[in-house]
Design a protein around this ligand. Structure first.
Ligand code: FMN
Length: 198
């Protein structure tokens, strides 16, 4: 059986990026899904790379992955995504969230042709966090003047739809250069003028 067309690579700490990566792979419908530590092959047309944002930065493991594999990735189409929950997020803001600021470092490290990028919203579940992360979050929110709450903005439909769009981009035939008119068919170069008046 032929291999899959796309690879979805992710890093995660508490599972939300893995969940979104799963939905993206489902939307592509022709993708292998791998944790960043388990990638063995790059034999794909498209490599989708995603990670969570911690302390306003993409996860270092994903940056290292992009750097370490620069040579092989420069011949691939790449799609990038992040998962985050900015401290000022509200359900109303979530509907309009674009959040491309934190994704920039991924662009800086991606060597291939980046065909798409997207910032997804994740979740904050205080119960599942390490003591250290819970404390960091409390301090961080306090300093910024926001109330720390458990939230879940994971959106399956959005992630599946993005995966479908990636597949469309991949299967779209290359742009065809329209046939150029012959000299005799060429329109006059200015009103009343043109080759026929010479
Ligand atoms: C210690 C900590 C720091 C975080 N820092 C940020 C941040 O700087 N910016 C942001 O938008 N989200 C931040 N988040 C929210 C995470 O990006 C969010 O919880 C995401 O869903 C985690 O993904 P994961 O479950 O794949 O690890 C932080 C979360 C934790 C626990």
């Amino acid at each position: 059986m032929a291999g899959k067309r796309a690879l979805v690579v992710y890093d995660t700490k508490y599972g939300s990026t893995e969940q979104i990566a799963n939905w993206i792979a489902e939307g592509i419908n022709d993708a292998d899904l791998r944790h960043v530590g388990d990638v063995e092959s790059f034999n794909y047309d498209l490599v989708v790379v995603g990670c969570p944002i911690y302390s306003e930065m993409p996860s270092p493991r994903i940056i290292q992955f992009l750097d370490r594999n620069r040579d092989v990735l420069k011949n691939r189409k790449i799609a990038l995504f992040t998962v985050s929950v900015p401290f000022d997020m509200t359900p109303e803001r979530a509907r309009r969230f674009a959040g491309q600021k934190d994704i920039k470092p991924l662009f800086d490290h991606a060597s291939g042709q980046v065909i798409a990028s997207k910032a997804f919203l994740g979740r904050i579940d205080l119960k599942e966090m390490t003591e250290f992360d819970r404390l960091s979050m409390r301090i961080w929110y306090f300093l910024k003047g926001y109330k720390l709450k458990e939230v879940n903005y994971l959106n399956r439909d959005e992630a599946v739809a993005w995966g479908k769009k990636l597949l469309e981009t991949l299967t779209k035939p290359p742009d065809v250069i329209p046939p150029q008119p012959k000299q005799s068919d060429a329109p006059p170069s200015f009103p009343g003028g043109g080759a026929e008046n010479k």
